[in-house]
Design a protein around this ligand. Sequence first.
Ligand code: NAI
Length: 345
Amino acid sequence: MLRVVVIPGDGIGPEVTDATLKVVEATGVNVQWDLYEAGADVLTKYGTPVPDEVLAAVASVGIALKGPITTPVGTGFASANVMLRKRLNLYANVRPIRSLPGVSTKFPNVDLVVVRENSEDLYSGLEHIVVPGVVESLKIITETACMRIGRYAFQYAQRNGRRKVTSVHKANIMKLADGLFLECLRRVARDFPDIEYNEMIVDNTCMQLVMRPEQFDVMVMENLYGDILSDLGAGLIGGLGLTASANIGEGGIAMFEAVHGSAPDIAGRNLANPIALILSAAMMLRHAGEIDAGKSIEDAVLSVLAEGSCMTRDLGGSASTTEMRDAVIAAMGRQPQGLGQASAS
Ligand code: NAI
């Protein structure tokens, strides 16, 4: 039996999580969901948005499926999402971005994977007021984390039959921090002579992504660049309602979640597109060795999108979250072309 820690989150989280659990159950995989809460709702009770029991559960079960969790902007508690990734040492955030049938965009041939370093950079949370009106926010870059994410990106490319790894950086300005990142990536690249390696400055990368996204394959970068560029990538293929992700740690521990946030503007109205979390669950099933179940979900999603009669509002349609859920379940078992390399590990 597959055991999974489920953190539904808040905003649209509970809606897309409920849809996703039902889709996974429809694959026939024998799965046990262990439900836990995190975020603002548990803050008053536990004094933290991520109680220790949640961390302990994910650490012992090894697999988690997580809905989005709201983080207050500017003030309030630290991000529960960042806390989960850091405390569990989920150092690699893998975000496959691939054009989907039936979703019309400017670029039909996008097929790239953002590998985002998840544990350091400007997400260190180390900020202080130097003097009133002056704030220092620390960007921490370590050789250990750069080597680890570099190796992960190249190994991912190798395992998934991908041919190129691009390092995204700003080492022309942050000569020491991003310079260290590049130096590590170059060292790792030497151990993978079969995989092409190149480097691109992050601002140019943004332009290249919206002009010629087909040139990219695996892209590896520090935390902040990865956060921003993966949303940009989501925009290339039809929006945040479609992009899945995996957070991978050492020793096989992994947490799967959509790239999107809690979308307070549409929460509680049965409007959210559940596909991003459904595809994250497919990555989770592949990671857990349930390859056929993962593929059947991916095929069902492709089939629903290609067919086009059940589209949520973000995709130009009027279907609800639950209608999309039911359409994916109904399509399960049909066999169009597979999604290919949406694996997490
Ligand atoms: P967001 O991703 O929640 O929403 C951005 C836009 O995309 C909104 O217009 C929203 O309606 C739309 N959208 C997002 N997901 C959608 C879906 N599944 N179906 C249809 N439309 C969808 O980003 P925003 O507004 O910047 O953040 C809201 C909150 O979420 C913040 O508190 C932020 O910190 C948090 N957040 C949490 C994440 C996580 O839990 N991993 C990731 C990103 C943001």
